[in-house]
Each structure stands twice: as structure tokens, then as C-alpha cells.
Write a protein that binds this ligand. Structure first.
Ligand SMILES: *Cc1c(COP(=O)(O)O)cnc(C)c1O
Length: 393
């Protein structure tokens, strides 16, 4: 499905997957149609039976969605990609496509909050159970395996502390027991990290974040070999959380600037992280690109750079952290990430607010912690914005 595989990422980002119609449009067309017509009754029958490839109904496929899928597959180095309505529906689809009642998941203990809720409160009702283990300790993953374990699920770097899970080692442990490995690659995108190259079986995306990159639409995707994505497709065409054509078109154009954005945002983040680390009011900085990061060496073997997410602890607690947030005039106070506009979040009172204080402390998320998803503004302007609050501490 990936055309132009011999090209480099920047070329694939603007060229892969494009299909021109009879009109010869230069830019990718937006096909706002829920169904497709057939030349004859016989062709309709062939399309429905799958004997002939082609579009039938937009819950199954749409040419704009297909272009997005092929472009993302090319960037991830995947044989195939199936787009979904959101990141969460991509996770749901990947799990339900491959697991059934009685099966078991081993998952990282520092996953996106809604993913934890999905595993604990929704999938558990279908009889699929999950054991959460240390993100950074492969031995804990091995020890949690049961005869019914079918899936390892992780995202790396973690949110918000940017801890690194060792994809190659976890894939080795999983594959020895015929267990699939799914990696949520939302933070790095294929520009910085390609999990399939390191042994992962499935890559999952919330396209809502960096792939769009401009905070406009929700979307998701599951990438991998066709034997695995085919099952995801079967789930989607029946259950229905497919990506809309309009959102696919926005995301397709988002991918064209992905490399430029992710590299520039990551360079800004590296500069901001170094500045924060030297700041007298900052106790600690969490950023995989800094030599002080405990897994800096491992990060270098998996990611091309540190990424665009920086977390840091101010010297103080909630009051001091909130002071920094409330004195920002430029940074957006929102939990979203991956946008060209820099965002700032206080995890302990927002994204991780529903976790008990004890569990939060165990996860290393204290009241002085702030997370910044760095955008494309001038780093000096971001520094001045943060300095206003930091100076008050
Ligand atoms: C946002 C996010 C999701 C969920 O994606 P939606 O598009 O909001 O459904 C999943 N994983 C990670 C790491 C995320 O940041």
C-alpha cells in the first residue's frame, strides 16, 4: 500500500498516497460523499463481495481517507494503515480487533489517562483484563505475562515525565511468547521514532496531536502489517468509528508540514529545557534530550531528538506552579499538545487530577510539576512568558 517507499520522509510527507481524479487536480481532493455508485448490478455485487476493489460506502472507505492512510503508512514504514475517528477509537479498534473475552493485556503504568480508563472501565467489561507495570522495567513486563496475555501496550516517551520504554527489549520479550506489541507513537510521530523498525507490531496514533499539528480536528490511526490491520479494518467497517473525509483532508495537509514542524518544535523544546535546567527557580527538568535525563542514552537509540514535550518542577508546590501558569500571557493554558501554539498544563490538578494523591506521588507527579508542549513561537518569547511567573517564586 505504501507507494514511493524509496523516497525520504520529507518527500513522502507531500507526495505519498496521492490519487488524482479524472480532473487532474494538483492538490488532494476532498471527497465529501457517504456512498459510491456502480456501473452495473454486477459491479455492485463484485464490490460488496470484495471480489473487486473499490469504494462502496464511507464507513468502509473514502478516497480522501485512503490518501491519508497511505501517506501515514509510508511515513511509519508500515505496509498498511487504517484511519479512525480519534486516537481513542484507534486504541479500541486495535484491541478489539485482536483480543477477545478472557484475554489479557500488559500495559505501561504511565499511559494517557483515557487509555487507562478504557482498559480499566470499558474493556474490563468485555472480559479483557489489564495488568499495569513499570514503564521502564522490562523484567516487570516479563513477570506479568500469563498464558492468556495477548498484547503489550505502551507509549514512549511517557506523559508527563518523558520516561522512555525500551521498545526493542519489550518486543523481544513479547515475541518469545507470541504476544503482540502496540506502541502509541503520538509524542514522537514517525519523524522522530519508528516503532515498527524496532520490533513493534502495531503503531497507534492520535492524529489529533502532532499529525494535525494545528489543533483543528480529531483523528486516529493504526499502522502495521496488513495481516494485522485487516482485522482492525473489519472491526471499523462494522463498528463504525471511521475517520471523516473532511478530517482526513485536514490531516493529509497536516502531514505535509509534519517534519518541519516536529523538528522545529523539538529544537525549541531542547533550547527551552536547557534554559529551565539552568534556572534558579526550577528544581528539575524532565526532557529526554538533556544529558541529565536518566535514560538519555536509551532515548538516543530510539528517537532522533528529544521531542517537543518538556516537564519541569518549580521550587515549590501547587501555589508556585499555578503562579507560573497564571502569569503566562502567550502560552495557552490547555491540556492539548502537539500544536504550533505552545501549551502549559499543571498535571496534578488537570490530566492526572482524578488519580489519588498517593498514586500520583508514586508516579512521580508532584504539585510543583508543569508540562509544556512546545510550539513554533520564538524561544525567547516563551522564556519571557515563563520568567514572569518564575520570578515571583
Ligand atoms: C490525546 C492522546 C490520545 C487520545 O487521542 P484522541 O484523538 O484525543 O482520542 C491517545 N494517546 C495519547 C498519547 C494522547 O496524547
Amino acid at each position: 500500500m505504501t507507494d514511493l517507499p524509496e523516497y525520504r520522509p520529507e518527500t513522502l510527507a507531500v507526495r505519498a498516497g496521492q490519487q488524482r481524479s479524472q480532473f487532474g487536480e494538483h492538490s488532494e481532493a476532498l471527497y465529501l460523499t457517504s456512498s459510491f455508485v456502480f456501473k452495473s448490478a454486477a459491479q455492485a455485487a463484485r464490490r460488496f463481495s470484495g471480489e473487486e476493489e473499490g469504494n462502496v460506502y464511507a464507513r468502509f472507505s473514502n478516497p480522501t481517507v485512503t490518501m491519508f492512510e497511505e501517506r501515514l503508512a509510508a511515513l511509519e514504514g508500515a505496509e498498511d494503515c487504517v484511519a479512525t475517528a480519534s486516537g481513542m477509537s484507534a486504541i479500541m479498534a486495535a484491541v478489539l480487533a485482536h483480543l477477545k473475552q478472557g484475554d489479557h493485556i500488559v500495559a505501561s503504568n504511565s499511559l494517557f489517562g483515557a487509555t487507562v480508563q478504557l482498559f480499566n472501565n470499558i474493556l474490563s467489561r468485555t472480559g479483557i483484563t489489564t495488568t499495569f507495570v513499570s514503564h521502564t522495567d522490562p523484567a516487570a513486563w516479563a513477570a506479568a505475562i500469563r498464558p492468556e496475555t495477548k498484547l503489550f501496550f505502551l507509549e514512549t516517551p511517557s506523559n508527563p515525565l518523558t520516561e522512555i520504554a525500551d521498545i526493542r527489549k519489550l518486543a523481544e520479550i513479547a515475541h518469545a511468547k507470541n504476544i503482540l506489541v502496540a506502541v502509541d507513537n503520538c509524542f514522537c510521530t514517525p519523524i522522530l521514532q519508528r516503532p515498527l523498525d524496532m520490533g513493534a507490531d502495531l503503531v497507534i496514533h492520535s492524529a489529533t496531536k502532532f499529525l494535525d499539528g494545528q489543533g483543528r480536528v480529531l483523528g486516529g490511526a493504526v499502522c502495521g502489517p496488513k495481516v494485522l490491520t485487516e482485522e482492525v479494518f473489519k472491526y471499523l467497517r462494522t463498528a463504525g468509528p471511521t475517520l471523516s473525509a473532511f478530517n482526513a483532508w485536514v490531516l493529509l495537509k497536516g502531514l505535509e508540514t509534519l517534519k518541519l514542524r516536529v523538528e522545529a518544535q523539538s529544537a525549541n523544546a531542547a533550547q527551552l529545557a536547557a534554559w529551565l535546567e539552568a534556572h534558579p527557580k526550577v528544581a528539575r527538568v524532565f526532557y529526554p534530550g538533556l544529558p541529565s535525563h536518566p535514560q538519555h542514552e536509551l532515548a538516543k537509540t530510539q528517537q532522533k531528538s528529544g521531542g517537543a514535550i518538556v516537564a519541569f518542577e518549580v521550587k515549590g508546590a501547587r501555589e508556585q506552579a499555578w503562579q507560573v501558569v497564571d502569569n503566562c500571557r502567550l502560552l495557552s493554558i490547555t491540556a492539548n499538545l502537539g500544536d504550533t501554539k505552545t501549551t502549559i498544563t499543571h498535571p496534578a490538578s488537570t490530566t492526572h487530577g482524578r488519580i489519588s494523591p498517593e498514586a500520583r506521588a508514586a508516579a512521580g507527579i508532584n504539585e510543583g510539576l508543569l508540562r509544556i508542549a512546545v510550539g513554533l513561537e520564538a524561544v525567547e518569547d516563551l522564556q519571557s512568558d515563563l520568567e514572569r511567573g518564575l520570578a515571583l517564586i
